[in-house]
Design a protein around this ligand. Structure first.
Ligand SMILES: [Zn+2]
Length: 658
């Protein structure tokens, strides 16, 4: 630390003398917060002293003005930079016609890259740190229940400046994640090149699937085909070879060779390739290790949270690690799971196989043929413009008053998406949220409409949590699980909006069972992800080969403890196939939290007025997850609601299952 303890004490004493003993506590916190983040390049000890003298505001009226300045200037700064970001990404996100190579260069320009360091170098961050205390998660969760909105807004202001990580360290981390991400995003398997005993394995010409999402979704899709089982097993074998890394390097993303995943032989034009055929080896685990090393580089610069594990739980998720682990094990050991496994087994008419963790047949589907749905949707929404024009109608059908529907619709801009669709909220009032959706030439189809309803849920949340937020630093929701909850709610009301009654019996019951089975799968992956990071921190200098063995062992352990008893098969490693384990730095637990939070809010809303409740909840803004849940629905984040609903559903449906 550039500013020694002795200098800090000297400055604290000087400020107390100047401003009065009554300010001692605030002075001590402020001076220490600034000193902890003051670099040599910020100035000498004398500069530090002079800065603290000039910028400590003892009088409440002045402090109020400083606070207001931060609110309006940060909104302008972040809001306008976000508009630039949106414009630079326009061609990538919006279907504007053929792309030019320069479009991805514009998209690679990050207008936020230097903001944090600039705020420190201009000393603005230090003014905030000198006058507004940073609170830890415990204090926020315990005292925060009784805090005023203003106290929360001040706490969030200080949070912006909690970390000061040198730009070069951040750049190294970004580059590492980008490389890992590239490795993952190019990991394709050419399915039409797969062979079984010399014969094509039966996948359509030109089919290319990305690991693991594409492979997994193909396993899901094959449940609908009576002869899908051998291909499901083949895909499972491919996944195992990727995990074990004995997949031949030459078959990855390469349409030029044929591969027999069972025998693990490679052919070109039907003739066996001469040995040696090098396996991928341990590349997958090299990338994971590089992500770990990059995060270790950050550790030294975040002394309050000196590991990615602490940063993820205490700063990003704001739910302690032990609490998340309890939610995970609650799901994994839910007594209802064996009953759901029996339902699946009855439906499939065979003993369960490991990949049945992805069984999708429980999801309630409308009893209306897809073509009929497509036709109805196409009539109502022939173009992207039609969806924009009907926003007011759609919102009114969801229960918003005419006034509020018009207010919201005026702040949402619908555009044609290049990809599947997404929602991009604003960062300053007066701007608009962008709903990007895909509408083919012949008009919107049902799947597209269903996705557009999901994105509409996001954009309505984005408008409500910004435009009418009492303090800018509180805008938004605690984390992605909360915005997904609203998106899911809108999506689930799609028939209501179309004006059709789907006549699905026991819709709520099947939904609960489906959600429980999905939560089971993702909880397993989340636990594997967490245990891998613990292992890496316990063995910081392990080689990629050691890491590979550890990952596979962790995956088997979790499987044997929780999945083997339910599915009846032991010693599987499949939970480790999730690509995001490699390239996101322990993001997977967020999926489970999203599931649980979304289900709790969904359940709470069943007998309530969606529009009124959503408006009320969106006013809460960025509290911590537990405080938000407490104020929104009066219960903490918990797996109980989902487990209870699924248990009840199995009981209700049981007679028809016998
Ligand atoms: Zn979403």
């Amino acid at each position: 630390m550039v500013i020694s303890k002795a200098i800090q004490e000297e400055v604290i004493q000087a400020l107390i003398q100047r401003n009065g003993e009554v300010h001692r506590h605030r002075i001590e916190i402020g001076v220490r917060q600034v000193a902890a983040r003051w670099h040599a390049s910020d100035g000498s000890a004398d500069d530090f002293h002079a800065f603290c003298r000039a910028h400590f505001y003892p009088r409440e009226e002045q402090r109020e003005l400083v606070f207001q300045r931060f609110l309006s200037k940060l909104e302008s700064l972040f809001g306008n930079l976000h508009r630039i970001y949106r414009e630079l990404h326009r061609e990538l996100h919006v279907d504007t016609g053929p792309m030019l190579p320069i479009d991805s260069l514009f998209a690679g320009y990050d207008p936020f890259a230097h903001v944090q360091e600039d705020l420190f170098q201009t000393r603005l961050a230090f003014v905030a740190l000198l006058n507004f205390p940073i609170y830890d998660l415990n204090t926020k969760n315990q005292d925060g229940i009784n805090w005023s909105r203003r106290q929360w807004a001040e706490a969030r202001l200080a949070d912006y400046f909690r970390q000061r990580i040198p730009a070069s360290v951040l750049q190294h981390r970004t580059a590492t994640y980008t490389r890992a991400d590239e490795y993952i995003s190019k990991y394709n398997i050419h399915m039409d090149r797969l062979r079984v005993q010399g014969q094509p394995a039966g996948f359509p010409e030109g089919q290319k699937l990305i690991s693991h999402w594409g492979l997994r979704d193909e396993i899901k899709a094959l449940y609908a085909q009576p002869d899908g089982l051998p291909r499901q097993r083949l895909i499972y074998q491919i996944m195992n070879r990727i995990l074990q890394q004995d997949i031949p390097e030459i078959v990855i993303d390469n349409p030029e060779v044929e591969w027999d995943p069972l025998a693990n032989r490679v052919y070109r034009d039907g003739k066996p390739l001469p040995p040696p055929i090098p396996p991928e080896g341990n590349r997958r685990y090299q990338y994971l290790k590089s992500v770990f090393d990059a995060e270790r580089g950050i550790d030294a610069h975040t002394p309050d949270t000196p590991s990615l594990i602490e940063r993820r739980f205490l700063l990003d998720r704001e739910i302690p690690e032990a609490e998340v682990e309890r939610l995970i094990t609650d799901v994994l050991s839910a007594p209802v799971l064996p009953s759901i496994a029996r339902i699946i087994q009855q439906r499939l008419g065979r003993p369960l196989e490991p990949f049945d963790i992805w069984y999708v047949g429980l999801k309630p589907e409308p009893q209306i043929p897809e073509e009929d749905l497509d036709r109805q949707v196409r009539q109502q929404f022939p173009t992207v413009g039609a969806f924009q024009d009907k926003l007011v109608d759609i919102l009114r059908r969801l229960g918003f008053s005419r006034d509020r529907a018009e207010y919201l619709a005026a702040r949402i801009c619908v555009e044609p998406a290049r990809g599947a669709g997404h929602a991009l909220g604003a960062e300053m009032r007066g701007d608009r949220a962008y709903l990007r959706t895909r509408v083919p030439g012949e008009g919107m189809n049902y799947k597209g409409f269903n996705t557009a309803m999901h994105e509409l849920g996001h954009t309505v949340e984005q408008v409500l949590t910004l435009e009418e937020m009492d303090y800018y630093t509180l805008h938004g929701v605690p984390n992605t699980g909360f915005t997904e909850a609203f998106a899911f709610l809108f999506q689930s009301r799609d028939f209501e909006v179309l004006g059709i009654s789907p006549e699905t019996t026991h819709w709520m019951e099947w939904l609960a069972i489906h959600e429980m089975w999905s939560a089971f799968e993702i909880a397993g992956v989340a636990l594997v992800d967490m245990r891998i990071w613990r292992w890496m921190y316990a063995h910081p200098s392990a080689s990629p080969d050691d890491l590979k063995l550890a990952v596979l062992e962790i995956a088997r352990e979790v499987w044997n403890q929780y999945f083997a008893p339910v599915l009846g098969v032991a010693d599987q490693e499949i939970l480790a196939i999730y690509s995001h384990i490699i390239d996101t730095g322990m993001y997977i637990p967020d999926y489970l939290l999203g599931h649980l939070i979304a289900y709790q809010i969904f359940h709470y809303m069943q007998d309530k007025d969606l529009a009124a409740e959503m408006e009320r909840m969106c006013k809460l803004g960025r509290l911590t997850p537990q405080v938000w849940m407490h104020q929104a629905i009066g219960e903490p984040i918990s797996a109980d609601r989902l487990i209870q609903s699924a248990t009840e559903a199995v009981r209700i449906l049981q007679p028809s299952l016998e």
